[in-house]
Design a protein around this ligand. Structure first.
Ligand code: NAD
Length: 475
């Protein structure tokens, strides 16, 4: 069984010329077969993916990411492989209940009927992913798409070609092309894919490209999940355990050399803590990465020359615009190394305060009254994550109630990503829709509503003739 090829609305030639028209149509024809698989069949596929990541390809993936940007092996295990394995584990424990038709109440006026929500697969889906966590952000959504019974075309980033190559090997080994296919290549590949009438597009990347994706999706009214980025603030108030806060912020900011969508982008610090913060920053950096981060096996590199030059231009600008580089600031172009860097007093119009940094530079802005950081955050786009370090419940509640963000933590950062009971995603400029766990399954499902009429019931009373008796029933 299958669905007929694309309805091209008279634009056959345009689509037939598309290099991915063939794969798309084969997946479309196979859509109902895949969609009608049982939960056990879907679990088998997830189990195969788990084995590939955990056993067969683990070392190859580590080596690929090391080749791409010197990512430490253990960091690959923790931030690339482990999150996908936990996503699979979570789906395995819950998929049976997620796939069950969900019975909901039926109002009295409709007596005699039962009402259900069926999570039906969306169909043929496209997943476009970024380079910063290529395995995690390509295979994580894939787990949800498979769990929900879809066919998928994956398009990973061209900036981490080694990772893409191994992912392609995995997909080819585990799936037929008419179920899951991975296509490598430059931006044009994504542009061509975006011309096709996918049932759902799951995009992770920058807000700028997110807008391009949404525009392309609008042509076919494809639904979208957009996992975007932006500047994620961290507030530290005067009551915070500063040592713990600095330790956690360094973990959040310098893991992956700051190339993390939910990394703390900048800190809003109570002004009384400036000196202590600087001292702790220096000592904790030395503890994490030794006095010579460049020699540390725990510290990775900037992904490519373009991003290296973008980031070092921020440091150069900081040297000349009155900013105070309180720690770090060194870099080495030969292997795209940038030292963990702390900057105070970056002017508001500097790139450090305007752009999403996405690198190992931490600007800190001082405040004296809690309203200041709240107003500052609210003057910007809604962030993907907002972090609060405080022991003061009133402050925590005030910040939570008076700001808006996709996700966050109190007294930690990043870890919200790893709890699959929580929806992950942004809001407006930082994203549309949610992923992870049930929320990921939902993103790739259509909630189909249906009613079953059992015997003669009240619904028959709704049809003509419209008698006074029927009028009284609904009054
Ligand atoms: P990007 O938007 O430049 O690229 C992402 C993907 O889109 C890549 O596969 C790329 O090939 C493709 N692409 C690029 N230009 C395109 C175009 N014009 N048309 C169609 N496709 C195009 O992002 P990036 O540099 O790979 O990643 C960094 C960004 O991603 C940051 O903004 C970061 O915050 C965000 N991000 C978000 C999350 C999240 O979960 N919300 C996770 C990681 C990264």
């Amino acid at each position: 069984s299958g669905l007929s090829p694309i309805n091209t609305n008279g634009k056959m030639e345009e689509l037939e010329d598309n290099p991915f028209y063939g794969i798309f149509n084969r997946q479309k024809a196979n859509q109902l077969n895949i969609g009608n698989t049982t939960y056990k069949e879907r679990l088998k596929k997830l189990e195969a993916l788990k084995n590939a990541l955990e056993v067969d390809y683990k070392q190859k993936l580590r080596e690929a990411l090391y080749a791409d940007f010197k990512k430490p092996f253990l960091e690959t295990d923790l931030t690339e492989i482990y999150p996908v394995l936990t996503e699979i584990k979570f789906a395995k424990s819950n998929l049976k209940s997620w796939m069950k038709d969900q019975k909901v109440d039926t109002p009295l006026a409709l007596l005699g009927a039962s009402s259900y929500i069926k999570h039906e697969p969306k169909g043929v889906c496209l997943i476009i992913s970024p380079w910063n966590f290529p395995i995690n952000l390509t295979f994580g959504p894939l787990v949800s798409a498979i769990a929900a019974g879809n066919t998928v075309i994956l398009k990973p980033s061209e900036m981490t070609p080694n990772a893409s190559k191994v992912m392609s090997e995995i997909i080819t080994a585990l799936f037929n092309e008419d179920e899951v296919a991975l296509v490598e290549g430059q931006v044009e590949v994504a542009e061509n894919l975006l011309k096709l009438p996918f049932n759902h597009i799951f995009f992770t990347g920058s807000p700028q490209v997110g807008k391009i994706v949404m525009k392309a999706a609008s042509k076919h009214l494809s639904s979208v999940t957009l996992e975007l980025g932006g500047k994620s603030p961290t507030i530290i108030d005067a009551s915070a355990n500063l040592e713990k806060a600095v330790e956690k912020i360094i973990f959040g900011k310098f893991t992956n050399a700051g190339q993390t969508c939910i990394a703390p982008d900048y800190v809003l610090l109570h002004s009384s803590l400036k000196e202590k913060f600087t001292t702790l920053f220096k000592s904790k950096i030395a503890e994490f990465y030794s006095d010579q981060a460049e020699q540390s096996e725990s510290y990775c590199r900037i992904v490519n020359q373009k991003h290296f030059e973008r980031l070092t231009s921020y440091i150069e600008e900081a040297k000349h615009n009155g900013s105070n580089i309180a720690s770090g600031g060194a870099f080495n172009a030969s292997d795209n190394y940038i030292e963990p860097t702390l900057v105070f007093e970056a002017p508001e119009d500097s790139k450090l305060m305007q752009d999403e940094i996405f690198g190992p530079i931490l600007p800190v802005k001082l405040y004296s009254n809690l309203q200041e950081p709240v107003d500052y955050i609210n003057s910007k786009e809604k962030p993907l994550a907002l972090y609060i370090y405080s022991k003061n419940k009133k402050h925590i509640n005030y910040i939570m109630d008076n700001t808006r963000a996709g996700s966050g933590c109190v007294n930690h950062n990043l870890l919200q990503f790893l709890n699959h009971n929580l929806p992950f995603g942004g809001s407006n400029n930082s994203g549309i829709g949610k992923s992870h766990g049930f929320f990921g399954f939902e993103a790739f499902s259509n909630r189909r509503a249906f009613m079953k009429q059992h015997t003669i019931g009240a619904t028959d009373l709704l049809r003509p003739p419209y008698t006074n008796f029927k009028q009284k029933l609904i009054d």
